[in-house]
Ligand binder design. Sequence first.
Ligand code: C2E
Ligand code: CA
Ligand code: CA
Ligand code: CA
Length: 274
Amino acid sequence: VKANGRGWFRLFESGMDDELQGRRKLEHDLRHALQHDELILHFQPLVDSNFRILAFEALVRWMHPTLGLVMPAQFIPLAEECGLIIPLGEWVMQAACTAAAGWSQPCRIAVNLSPAQILRTDLPTTIANILIKTGLPPDRLELEITEGVLMDNTDAAIKTLTELRELGTRLVLDDFGTGYSSLSYLQRFAFDKLKVDRSFVQRLASDSGSRAIIMAIIALSRSLDLEVTAEGVETEEQFRLLGATGCQEFQGYLIGRPMPHDEVENFLRNSSPL
Ligand code: C2E
Ligand code: CA
Ligand code: CA
Ligand code: CA
């Protein structure tokens, strides 16, 4: 079997299309990137209606030696497929908590979690260790989760999310409204907050249907005692309309673009204190 192995491999290799070869190269490069500090975080502010900073969301980028700055859409799906999302996610968590623990204001840090991370039973221990090591108080960490993983793996997800709650971290349902959204999930999994997806915010001003949906989501969330963030806020009009419907937290280019870490302190200094 071993002797044939190489032959099979060669056959496989010669039959591969360019796309597959490209992916293999990318996977190889990403593995290398993890070991050679090529990943960086950018931070995007979340503010209240008075533009006071509540949190920053950590968003990963890859400083590729030849391609330049690569955005997450171009490598997170690949990392999820090949399992690299586990070490990558741990790197993000460590880097994000370290950064936030050093800020001059106690704002929160939001970190995105992939489904594969949630399904690892050791995730709560990993996060607990990072919190201890960095000294970041658990309630300053917000974990952003998309709803797909909750639908498909309900029992496993409930167990992990319960443990994460017991640690004292905050749970956020991300991209709300894009999937099979059900507000019953929010109660069942004890989320603290939901993020209304950018697509609704974009259609807010032009489409009365989207406006009605957002208003209903915000009203329901508030009656369930959930916080609501609107993401992708780009215009004053969106900001105003969202505020009028009772939304209390805002994120988007209008407020601030994702910025490298060395700009965060400046941004904090120039904003009004909480
Ligand atoms: P997301 O969690 O929904 O993050 C918001 C995305 O919207 C970010 O894109 C952000 O730069 C972008 N954005 C923010 N405000 C605006 C706006 O006003 N207008 C527009 N058009 N876009 C806005 P980014 O940084 O390219 O990240 C894309 C996605 O990649 C994220 O979507 C998230 O799902 C994923 N991602 C990023 N970092 C990580 C990570 O560390 N771990 C995991 N698992 N996923 C990550
Ligand atoms: Ca997010
Ligand atoms: Ca989102
Ligand atoms: Ca998204």
